[in-house]
Design a protein. Structure first.
Length: 100
């Protein structure tokens, strides 16, 4: 997020946790360094989670993580399965530059 913002691309990262138990999420957040992840949304297991995943086009049994890139109006522009690493920066920047 910071690297993209520093290059002039408005970008915000929002995390959504699918941990089975909210305590798992809280334990993870408690272990983050001061500059690490401070908060996330938690989507509890059940019909709401299944419906939300279906609505965004992600199968409930998909391998995590899944990245959803949304435009400023909230429309999904791209779905990426797996983690995004530093080596993906140029490609991600290209995707975001083309979203205008």
């Amino acid at each position: 997020e910071k690297k993209l913002s520093d290059s002039g691309i408005a970008f915000k990262v929002v995390f959504l946790s699918l941990d089975d138990d909210e305590r798992q999420l809280m334990s993870f957040l408690d272990k983050q360094p001061p500059t690490g992840l401070r908060r996330t949304y938690w989507l509890a297991d059940g019909i709401k989670r299944t419906d939300w995943l279906k609505a965004v086009g992600v199968k409930p049994d998909s391998e995590l993580p899944v990245q959803l890139l949304l435009d400023p109006s909230g429309h999904i522009r791209c779905t990426i399965g797996g983690a995004i690493d530093d080596s993906d920066y140029d490609q991600l920047r290209g995707l975001l530059n083309g979203a205008d």
